[in-house]
Design a protein around this ligand. Structure first.
Ligand code: FES
Length: 107
């Protein structure tokens, strides 16, 4: 399991235990975490799973590929250097301790 903490829009924090191999977006949607919509189910067509990386655990995030990069240009909230699409982040034990901030809007 991978512990991932989300900083929600109201400033509160919620930590999820995510099974290895699941995407961070899938876990957030299953837990009804407010602010992560994941409308396309993770097929890289909606950008409603946008997050800001606040802190990385011991592991490394996968690099941003061309498709994710292109979609990040269309996110509803401001794109920042720490922007990622949470459907592209799969839980691995090394990512425990990852902290993500939910943007102010997804649409
Ligand atoms: S869930 Fe649609 S792009 Fe991530």
């Amino acid at each position: 399991m991978t512990d991932v903490t989300f900083i929600l829009r109201d400033g509160s924090r919620r930590t999820l235990d995510i099974p290895e191999g699941s995407s961070v977006m899938q876990a957030a949607v299953m837990e009804n975490l407010k602010g992560i919509d994941g409308e396309c189910g993770g097929c890289l067509s909606c950008a409603t799973c946008h997050v800001y990386i606040e802190a990385i655990g011991a592991g490394e995030l996968p690099p941003i590929d061309e498709e994710e990069n292109a979609l990040l240009d269309g996110v509803a909230a401001e794109r920042r250097p720490e922007s990622r699409l949470s459907c592209q982040i799969l839980a691995t034990p090394g990512l425990s301790g990852l902290v993500l901030r939910v943007p102010e809007r997804q649409m």
